[in-house]
Write a new protein. Structure first.
Length: 643
């Protein structure tokens, strides 16, 4: 009687039987320890997690004599899913269990992390065993937690057709194998996490540039394979958030991050499941639409995304509207050889560049003309950079005169470029390019410093006793978005001793869009740094008269297109006179620009417009020319004096 190593431990008559059991238990424990050691090693390598899971269950079943061995995984949403089951009628992997909310011992194991044992499940007053068990003849069972890094990640269950008592060794065996399963799952998760990290942007969770390019290459490869693989038309979009830098600089990086996340979600929600939205870097996103039947569909998708992005976003308690610019290129599924990914991205980039040109919130489709004009513009850009460095920029000044007596009350600085081969260039030839490329920021600083210096010297030389002339400097929306502008203004004022209160910044209507909190703050900062603000080109943008009440400006310049219609065009006359009435109430001064005829001047005088500016009175000139002229207008033609 008794096996090897079997030794009686006490004088109990039944020792041979108890001894055999104990030996059996010892054996099993040794086997278990060996199996667990080996399986754990493999779990750490995470080579074949599914095979490992099967084997762990197999060992558990063999060592305990269970009829069913089940590994249940807890999904992130809390549902329980069968990862694997061994037994005569196993549930297929992936089966979602529907445990009873309060009486499920699986859920209890998950929530408490404690093992559960029952020798008679059907009659256990505390639990309702899951239906698939009882119907398969299960009577008793044990369930232990599979512990993840932070929480219970699943349950290992062993179930028996017969009634069976469970002891701590059973729990120990099941737990040891559960820990193997836990290690395997953790390794797999970590691997998946690393793989995910390498291909996704951590902030937005969107695919990153690497994954985007990979998907694009795959789409192109399918095009090569031909139309039998389905309609292979594809579209590539590059998307850039407008004024993102302003948010980031103005409201801080947390606000910027929030905005990026919201934009990412909205873009993603606006496309179809088969499309890829990726974050390519900074505030740039890429979209691959594939398959897409035609260009029109791609355009529609782009517009849908644009509308989605434009909805107001809550940032730090205030509501912000961001728009985005879209550059789009597309290819039909069949026909000529497909382009490379690089070509498509280059085209989308050119289109995006153009979209930005056209202002905010534009969708631009690529075509070849665009390519040529982009090349020209890029050349201009590099020349302009050189112009700034080589000192080819100049300032001309155009006086602003009081309508009543035509005395010069201010001057407006207007930028010129003395181009080495093309002669003197006007702003329309190069300011738009400078604006798009961001070069206007350093150029604007140059304008500000130069104008303040030149005019302060002029003030010092000539104006003892008289009211100092004010100096207007034009500021573009792009400059306004640069958070360093207020400091630049303050520095220019400090360093040049321009008379106090005499610096004016002229801003166009688009820069003063109402409801734009970021812009509004920028304006207030500018005023605090000591500048007055004028609204330039009134009537050309969005603004209605009612917006005037909301703008923090001291004067309004009526655009020359309205002045040109005076006095005969009824609409122009109506706009100017209602502006006069409202400005009067708001305490704003009105300046009419582009005055070219006596009739216009007369009409403006009759409407009590305070100041005028225009070729009739002065052309913009370099300061030395201007200084030699008297402050009173010398009209080129004899005329009756203004009343
Ligand atoms: P703006 O601010 O509306 O400037 C007035 C423009 O009208 C000037 O053109 C001026 O020469 C022109 N002008 C003045 N009187 C008359 C007139 O009687 N008839 C007509 N037809 N035109 C007249 P310019 O110098 O070519 O400047 C064009 C625009 O370029 C400016 O429009 C302004 O928006 C922009 N700009 C000029 N200098 C700067 C600058 O330093 N920075 C920025 N950001 N923009 C500038
Ligand atoms: Ca102006
Ligand atoms: Ca103007």
């Amino acid at each position: 009687m008794g096996g090897e190593g079997d030794r009686p431990v006490d004088g109990d008559v039944s020792w041979p039987l108890r001894g055999r059991r104990r030996v059996g238990r010892l054996r099993r424990r040794v086997d278990l320890a060996e199996a667990v050691a080996e399986l754990s090693q493999r779990a750490l390598r995470a080579d074949e997690p599914d095979a490992l899971l099967r084997e762990s269950l197999q060992v558990a079943v063999e060592l305990t004599g269970a009829d069913y061995g089940t590994a249940v995984r807890r999904l992130p949403d809390g549902r329980l899913r069968v990862a694997h089951e061994l037994g005569p009628q196993p549930l297929p992997p992936g089966t979602i269990l529907q445990p009873h909310r309060e009486r499920s011992y699986l859920l209890r194991v998950v929530s408490t992390g404690q093992p559960f044992l029952s020798s008679d499940l059907a009659n256990d007053p505390h639990v309702s065993p899951p239906e698939p068990l009882l119907s398969r003849g299960v009577v008793s069972g044990i369930a232990v937690p599979v512990r993840g890094a932070h929480e219970v990640s699943g349950v290992l269950g062993l179930h028996f057709h017969r009634r069976r008592r469970f002891g701590r060794h059973d729990v120990a065996a099941a737990s040891a194998l559960a820990s193997v399963v836990a290690t395997a799952w953790q390794q797999v998760e970590q691997r998946e996490r690393l793989a995910h990290l390498a291909l996704h942007d951590p902030l937005t969770e969107l695919p990153n540039r690497v994954l985007f390019l990979d998907r694009l290459e795959q789409a192109l490869a399918q095009q090569v394979a031909g139309p039998q693989n389905g309609p292979g038309g594809l579209a590539v979009m590059l998307i850039d958030l407008d004024d993102f830098k302003g948010v980031n600089d103005g409201l801080g990086h947390a606000a910027g991050d929030h905005l990026l996340r919201v934009a990412a979600q909205r873009l993603q929600a606006a496309v179809r499941p088969e499309d890829t939205v990726a974050r390519l870097g900074g505030d740039e996103f890429g979209v691959l639409c594939h398959p897409v039947p035609d260009e029109a569909t791609a355009l529609r998708l782009a517009r849908r995304m644009l509308v989605a992005v434009r909805r107001p976003v809550e940032v730090e308690g205030s509501s912000l509207t961001v728009s985005a610019s879209f550059g789009l290129t597309s290819r039909a599924g069949t026909g000529t050889a497909p382009p490379t990914a690089g070509t498509l991205l280059g085209e989308a980039d050119i289109a995006l560049y153009r979209a930005k040109d056209r202002g905010r919130g534009q969708v631009q489709l690529y075509d070849e003309r665009l390519q040529r004009s982009t090349r020209r513009r890029r050349q201009l850009e590099s020349e302009l950079q050189a112009a700034l460095e080589r000192g080819e920029l100049r300032l001309h000044y155009q006086p602003v005169r009081r309508t009543r007596d035509l005395q010069t009350v201010g001057v407006e600085a207007l930028l010129r470029w003395q181009h080495p081969t093309r002669g003197l260039l006007l702003p329309d030839d190069f300011v738009p390019t400078a604006e798009q490329t961001g070069l206007l920021v350093p150029i604007g600083t140059w304008v500000l410093n130069t104008a303040c210096r030149q005019v302060s010297q002029w003030q010092a030389r000539s104006l003892r006793g008289a009211d100092p002339l004010w100096l207007s400097v034009n500021v573009s929306p792009r400059q306004l978005d640069d958070t360093r502008l207020p400091d630049a203004v303050a520095a220019a004022l400090r360093e040049t001793s321009l008379s106090e209160g005499s610096l004016v910044l002229e801003l166009t209507e688009t820069a003063l869009m109402p409801g734009d909190a970021t812009r509004r703050e920028a304006l207030l900062r500018l005023r605090n740094s000591g500048a007055q603000l004028f609204l330039d080109d009134f009537g050309t943008g969005f603004s209605s008269l009612t917006h005037l009440t909301e703008l923090p400006v001291q004067a309004v310049k009526v655009d020359k297109s309205f002045v040109a219609g005076l006095p005969t065009n009824r609409r122009s006359a109506a706009v100017v006179s209602s502006l006069m009435t409202l400005s009067d109430e708001l305490g704003l001064a009105v300046i009419a620009e582009g005055v070219e005829t006596y009739e216009q001047l007369d009409a403006l005088q009759e409407m009590h417009c305070q100041s005028v500016q225009g070729f009739l009175l002065d052309h913009p000139q370099a300061l030395p020319h201007l200084e030699t002229r008297s402050r009173t207008a010398q009209l080129r033609e004899p005329r009756r004096l203004p009343l």
